[in-house]
Ligand binder design. Structure first.
Ligand SMILES: Cc1cc2nc3c(=O)[nH]c(=O)nc-3n(C[C@H](O)[C@H](O)[C@H](O)COP(=O)(O)O)c2cc1C
Length: 208
């Protein structure tokens, strides 16, 4: 497979320092809203990268459910690979890619487990089949299709649906945001917001 001639031109928007907000959350919201307007598919999906106990990088897609108390929130199984990684190294990188807007946002932060009450509250809002799947799935452990279907069928018959102890939310508290805007001729814009020692946000540009 040779993809060397596959090239996109990036010319949709540009990123000028004078148009930036001081607060990266406000800028994230602006870009997220634009991503929705530009019809990017699943704009709340992001690539979550973690580091395993063996110091191996691990990446997968998860869904952003809210930004609360300055934390980016997603839900998962605490016993999964990502859960084990976060226990070993409570740091993560998030990557949002909005191809129709020719943009990406990279965020780095510290990860903490959210409360059991919050997990139960959110779990109760999920469709019943999603609740059953969360109960039937020991996420990231070896299984068979038959075993999964059998577990889900038994749970459905019993009708006893509760939020598993191993299921819940994580909050990522960012200390670094990078907003990348594709530009003509590959002279792309990269604007960084980094938290300083005084806890204010410093802004600078990186070479593309
Ligand atoms: C669009 C999309 C959304 C997903 N959302 C979630 C999610 O919110 N939470 C989750 O645990 N897994 C989600 N997944 C599945 C994960 O990518 C991954 O397969 C799973 O969490 C196991 O990852 P791990 O073994 O690295 O822990 C999603 C996958 C896709 C493609």
């Amino acid at each position: 497979m040779n993809l060397s001639n596959w090239r996109e031109e990036y010319d949709k928007y540009s990123l000028h320092e004078e148009n930036l907000t001081l607060d990266p959350y406000a800028f994230f919201k602006e870009w997220f809203d634009k991503a929705v307007e530009d019809l990017n598919p699943e704009p709340n999906a992001f690539i979550l990268s973690t580091v395993s106990a063996k110091i191996e990088p691990e990446s997968r897609v998860v869904l952003l459910k809210e930004i609360e108390d300055s934390q980016f929130v997603f839900y998962t199984n605490y016993s999964s690979q990502k859960g084990q990684d976060i226990s070993a190294h409570p740091k993560a990188s998030m990557l949002f890619f909005f191809p129709f807007s020719q943009r990406q946002i990279r965020i780095k932060g510290l990860v903490t487990k959210l409360s059991r009450e919050k997990a139960i509250d959110y779990f109760s809002t999920r469709p019943i089949e999603s609740q059953i799947s969360a109960m039937a799935s020991a996420q990231s452990s070896k299984t068979t299709k038959e075993e999964l279907i059998e577990k889900a069928t038994l749970l459905r018959e019993k009708g006893d649906v509760t939020c598993p102890e191993t299921w819940g939310g994580y909050g990522i508290m960012p200390h670094y945001f990078e907003f990348w805007q594709g530009q003509p001729g590959r002279l792309h814009d990269r604007i960084i917001y980094e938290k300083s020692h005084s806890q204010s946000w410093e802004q600078f540009r990186l070479a593309p």
